[in-house]
Ligand binder design. Structure first.
Ligand code: SF4
Length: 398
């Protein structure tokens, strides 16, 4: 039976972490033990900012009619980056809502009927009135890992929403939606929403297949709670120091730390994120410890001043500036190349691109899987398709 949950409750088999516990079911226990041992992970400043931007988005969607979302975003006292991200997200929602003349659910939390510990909260679901098409939209504000619309996370949201709608695990071929569309809006990684369609259900059997995958993972976690399965999904896993993988890697890192041979260097670079995750964990822990009264040499916790901005009393600010500077209170300047490309749209900025120069910077090491770094470091003239990617990257950077 599907149940509604409090927004703050977190499921053991959280849909948002499906890409971790489906390949390594024991991870749920390792992370739980890590929480018990080290205390709950303090949210990073990026996570706090992400949550805040999500809250602004859901407030706008819930409190304004769709036609007013655009002006409401413009009126926000937020940075251009936040406004652009919100525009991309809400434009995407509005696009599907218009296309389907459909019903929109914002942050509808649900728990599965296959296991009460499996649950999640899709950011937005838009569904046609006849439930023939369902669109799952996930908004990622942060610049962390790029998420694919084909990820288990998005598929888990779809599964949960279907079960929620039918209030049952049994979804018959006659009532399953024909089209399920998974969409990720991640403005810091791409300038357009990424879309994956799982079409013609039940013909391609996605529902049955994915349900089996989730059931098996949950069953494995309960039957073999210590059987960890290492792999690329271990990156950033909080349970790494409980399952033993973390210690094993840490010892190997020490063996390679002199960076004397090629294989030393390769090993260290391959575990770059792992090393960063330890530092990240230590910084979070240090903050809490210092706040609790501990002393750590060379570190303290301080409130950092935010960027300068004018006080909310706009009239008084304008009056004062006018008196002091007259017309010079306004600062008129050329828009940046990035802003120009963004206004024109990715792939259409040839005329403007010809007017942009890029100076060669100093040599730096780039990861070949990091498209942004590779293109930024290109030494030869870019091909038209690379140029298009550069434009897209420039647009998202803005
Ligand atoms: S570090 Fe890897 S193997 Fe260990 S619990 Fe996490 S996901 Fe599983």
């Amino acid at each position: 039976m599907m149940t509604m949950m409090n927004e703050d409750e977190h499921s053991l088999f959280a849909a948002s972490d499906s890409d971790g516990w489906i390949p390594c079911p024991a991870r749920v226990w390792m992370c739980k033990k890590a929480d018990e041992k080290y205390g709950p992970e303090p949210p990073s400043s990026a996570a706090i900012e992400g949550t805040r931007v999500h809250m602004v988005a859901s407030y706008l969607m819930k409190s304004h009619p769709m036609e007013e979302w655009g002006p409401a975003i413009l009126a926000l006292d937020e940075s251009d980056e936040v406004k652009n991200a919100l525009s991309m997200y809400l434009d995407t929602v509005a696009h599907y809502k218009r296309q389907l003349s459909g019903i929109m659910h914002v942050e509808l939390r649900c728990v599965s009927c296959i296991d009460a510990d499996f649950g999640g909260t899709p950011d937005v679901v838009v569904q046609s009135i006849d439930f023939n098409t369902v669109v799952i939209i996930d908004f990622k504000y942060g610049s962390g890992k790029e998420v694919s619309p084909a990820s288990y996370q998005l598929q888990s949201y779809a599964l949960l929403h279907l079960q929620d709608y039918f209030n049952s695990v049994e979804i018959s071929p006659n009532n399953c939606p024909e089209k399920i569309i998974l969409v990720v809006v991640q403005p810091r990684h791409h300038s357009h929403p990424k879309v994956k369609r799982i079409i013609k259900e039940p013909a391609n059997g996605w529902y049955e297949m994915y349900l089996r995958k989730v059931k098996n993972a949950i069953m494995d976690a309960r039957a073999r709670p210590d059987d960890c399965v290492p792999g690329p999904h271990c990156e950033w896993c909080r349970g790494a120091f409980i399952c033993g993988r973390g210690k094993k890697v840490a010892v190997e890192l020490m063996d390679h730390s002199e960076c004397e041979t090629l294989s030393d260097v390769e090993f260290i670079l391959q575990h770059e994120n792992f090393i960063k995750s330890i530092i990240y964990k230590a910084r979070g822990a240090a903050k809490e410890l210092i706040k609790g009264g501990a002393k750590i040499d060379g570190y303290e916790v301080r409130s950092v001043l935010g960027r300068r901005k004018w006080a909310p009393n706009t009239e008084l600010v304008e009056e004062t500036l006018e008196r002091l500077f007259g017309e010079d209170m306004w600062d008129k300047k050329l828009i940046s190349p990035t802003q120009a490309l963004k206004r024109i749209g990715a792939g259409k900025g040839c005329e403007v691109s010809q007017l942009i120069v890029r100076e060669m910077g100093e040599e730096k090491l780039v990861g070949i899987n990091d498209q942004k770094e590779v293109l930024a470091a290109a030494k030869t003239p870019l091909t038209p398709s690379e140029e298009k990617v550069v434009e897209e990257l420039a647009c998202q950077k803005n």
